[in-house]
Design a protein around this ligand. Structure first.
Ligand code: SAH
Length: 254
């Protein structure tokens, strides 16, 4: 029995950000189970496959996780090549690890394929160099949404000096802002809010910690969006040809 499931990252939206390995998996797929943050344009690589949409956005219509897992298992046990296609990277807030373990425990061969995660793509597409030398010594990827509604250690994050890239933050802007301010982060710390990163409808709102909630409301920021919080969010790289009006260009010192 040829039970195999590929857990594949489809990247943030731009179909050209798909990896060659993801394309190979799609070409071999007989069944593709696709999350709703995946751009359907990537399906051009698997016209032969049966496509099952299993979107499960927080708060929206959803396919229960247990059902998705059982469906993957059933198809794999029937000897089909299954591709589970997820937005961004399967292991960055994507349950890739959970699904891989669950399948492996049941004797199914699993292969994980990286995708470009939305936080990295969004920053780059706005000309934000996340680890700009001399400005940002590192990046922390965090989710603002937790399963048990527990709060993050905002104080620790505020004082870490790391650039923060926040996923699933749109509905929790106020809590993020208050947590970081209470944790000692500067009220004028730059914030970039990037909606639909890498897609034709990409929009970005540049703000500061103290007014990010008001700016986001005026901008009508919608999910999916990522937040970049840190000094680098105040710069845009003209190296990338993205020196848009109103954005401060960085001067790269060698
Ligand atoms: N595995 C995905 C993340 C899934 S969690 C990845 O690696 O990118 C879903 C969250 O990802 C969204 O709430 C949003 O914060 C972010 N996201 C996904 N696609 C996005 C996009 N095109 N633009 C901005 N944010 C995105």
């Amino acid at each position: 029995m040829n039970a195999k499931v590929w857990l594949v990252g489809a990247g943030p939206g731009d179909p050209e950000l798909l990896t060659l390995k993801a394309v190979r998996a799609l070409r071999e797929a007989e069944v593709v189970m696709m999350d709703d943050l995946v751009n359907p344009a990537v399906l051009e690589h698997c016209p032969q496959a049966r496509v099952i949409r299993v979107g499960k956005r927080g708060g929206c219509r959803s396919t229960p996780q247990a059902f998705i897992q059982r469906l993957m298992l059933r198809h794999a046990r029937q000897g089909r090549c299954v591709v589970r296609l997820k937005g961004g990277d399967p292991c960055i807030f994507g349950r890739g690890g959970e699904e891989a373990d669950w399948l492996a425990e049941r004797g199914v061969e699993v292969e994980l394929v990286n995708g470009i995660t939305a936080g990295l793509a969004g920053a780059t597409r706005c000309g934000i160099p996340l680890t700009l030398r001399g400005v940002s010594r590192g990046v922390t990827l965090v989710t603002a949404h937790t399963q048990d509604d527990s709060e993050l250690n905002w104080q620790g994050l505020a004082q870490s000096g790391m650039t923060l890239v926040v996923y699933m933050g749109v509905a929790r802007l106020k809590a993020i802002q208050q947590g970081l301010l209470a944790g000692g982060m500067d009220v004028d710390m730059p914030v970039a809010m990037i909606e639909n990163a890498s897609l034709p409808g990409q929009r970005e709102c540049r703000s500061q910690l103290g007014r990010m909630d008001v700016d986001a409301a005026g901008f009508e920021l919608k999910s999916p969006a990522i937040l970049v919080i840190g000094e680098v969010a105040g710069v845009a790289s003209n190296v990338l040809g993205l020196n848009e009006q109103g954005l401060q260009a960085i001067s790269c010192k060698s």
